[in-house]
Design a protein around this ligand. Structure first.
Ligand code: ADP
Length: 484
């Protein structure tokens, strides 16, 4: 109930004419017309018939005026009402019906007024005008404002006629006026209320429709949200299950990875004790150092991935010359076992000159990513070349590592950046790796705010790319460029 009251308070309308603001008024009038048309036709038919039937009384009550009264009834009022009734079956009636009803009210009222004027003391005609007032206000569906004007206009015309033609006493005229004016007042107030409630219903229905649309919209959104959430949950569940599987695989793989160099270290340590000459001793030491280094890098990877998982890995920005870093990596791999044994061509391509390439960024982490990628490229390329370098790409530095190696299948490309993948990929040839390099690289690139991806074709080779956006490092490049 209180909701209804709150809604009604929002109803805007003209307090005198009851009109709504423009667009709503048009809608209301359409609705009022369709709700009223049947009642209007019945009312008009009845009023017209009664108007005609009452002609019977004329010749009996006032034979001296019967002719004139019948002309009024049968040549003016009844034909006009009949035409209006017929017009109600046309399409354009909607546009003109209220004006026609207004005219009909006045015509019928003035008709009886003339009769009352001529025989003012005759109660039959006085009663007839009262009937016209009640029909005009309550029956024919003329709207309040027009009915009021028509009602009072009729009364004014009656009074003008009475003043000009009356042959009767002022008391009768006064008493008639009392009743006619009262009928108009009662009609006005009742018609006002009837129309107000019709408008109120219309407005409340409109509000209800709006709310229903809003509720439907909310329902639709809810459904979409439920579907989205369900998909998210299924995704999360799948990821959790996959992550669980991958972690188990990773642990199994790691144990194996750690045991291999550990066994080698222990084994060669025993051999060292039994070594017969320096050459044998040196060989043992070399193997112990090599396996120790491998073990150390494995442990470094595990620490890095653990830090990434825990979200505690932070970048440490310093100023450095990027080209120097690239050169360092080139030198490192020129003596790499894979490059030397397979006689790979190693190329480093820099987009900027040495001084221009001064940047502020995390040197250690860029180096780590590049070493991971170049190392993989050398590891998985049997013949041909490995090229790495960087370009300036709009708002980021684009690094790439290109090889002419095995290539990676489209299926595998989807997983290689995932953590602990190597152990889970049966097809991956075990070429000494933790399976963490790409996962760590991806996490680091993300930490920089960049992207990493691979384009590859089996048998032709692969290109690994990653971007480092300008907001950190390259703005500094620009600044430093300006200094140069
Ligand atoms: P891993 O320590 O095994 O190299 P990574 O995460 O670095 O671990 O790489 C995951 C897997 O992706 C590799 O085992 C290999 O199968 C594949 N891979 C990575 N880089 C290349 C490449 N340049 N060419 C072909 N395969 C690659």
């Amino acid at each position: 109930m209180s909701d209804e009251n709150t809604a009604i308070r929002g109803m805007i309308f003209n307090k005198i004419t009851l009109d709504f603001p423009e667009k709503n008024e048009l809608l209301f009038r359409k609705k009022y017309f369709s709700d009223s048309i049947i009642q209007f036709r019945i009312a008009f038919l009845l009023v017209t018939v009664l108007y005609a039937v009452f002609g019977y009384l004329d010749s009996r009550i006032v034979p001296e005026y019967a002719n004139l009264f019948q002309i009024i009834r049968y040549y003016v009022v009844v034909p006009i009402l009949s035409v209006v009734l017929l017009l109600s079956f046309t399409d354009f009636f909607l546009k003109i019906w209220q004006v026609l009803l207004f005219i009909s009210f006045i015509v019928a009222g003035v008709g009886i007024s003339i009769m009352t004027m001529l025989v003012p003391e005759n109660y039959s005609y006085y009663a007839g005008l009262m009937l016209i007032f009640s029909a005009g206000y309550f029956f024919i569906k003329l709207r309040f404002f027009l009915a009021t004007i028509a009602g009072w206009t009729t009364l004014i015309i009656f009074n003008l006629g009475v003043i000009i033609y009356a042959h009767t006493s002022g008391e009768i005229i006064l008493s008639n006026n009392f009743f006619f004016a009262s009928a108009n007042l009662i009609g006005m107030f009742a018609a006002y209320n009837i129309e107000y409630y019709a408008r109120r219903d219309f407005y409340l229905n409109q509000e209800l429709d709006k709310q229903m649309v809003a509720v439907e919209e909310i329902n639709k959104n809810l459904e979409v949200k439920v579907v989205e959430r369900t998909i998210e949950l299924v995704d999360a569940k799948n990821k959790a299950e996959q992550s669980d599987r991958l972690k188990s695989a990773f642990l199994a793989n790691m144990s194996h990875e750690i045991r291999t160099p550990m066994n080698a270290i222990l084994g060669f340590a025993y051999f060292l004790g039994d070594a017969e000459d320096d050459a044998e001793r040196n060989e043992c030491i070399e193997l112990i150092v090599g396996n120790g280094k491998h073990l150390l890098s494995l442990i470094d990877d595990i620490i890095d991935i653990s830090k990434v998982e825990a979200g505690v890995l932070e970048l440490n920005h310093t100023e450095f010359i990027l080209n120097d870093l690239m050169q360092e990596i080139l030198k490192l791999f020129l003596v790499d076992q894979n490059v030397k044994s397979k006689e790979l061509k190693l190329l480093c391509v820099n987009a900027l000159g040495s001084t221009e390439s001064k940047i502020i960024s995390d040197r250690k982490r860029i180096k780590q990513i590049l070493i991971n990628l170049v190392n993989n490229a050398c590891k998985f390329t049997d013949t041909g070349s490995v090229e790495f370098g960087y370009k300036i790409d709009q708002k980021s530095l684009l690094f790439y590592v290109k090889d002419t190696g095995h290539g990676i299948s489209t299926d595998q490309q989807k997983y290689i950046f995932e953590r602990f993948m190597q152990g889970a990929l049966d097809s991956t040839p075990n070429l000494e790796g933790s399976g963490l390099g790409l996962a760590i690289s991806k996490s680091l690139v993300k930490l920089f705010g960049g992207n990493i991806w691979v384009e590859s074709e089996i048998g032709k080779g692969s290109v690994f790319c990653f971007t480092l956006p300008f907001n950190q490092s390259t703005e500094s490049i620009i600044n430093l460029n300006q200094k140069v």
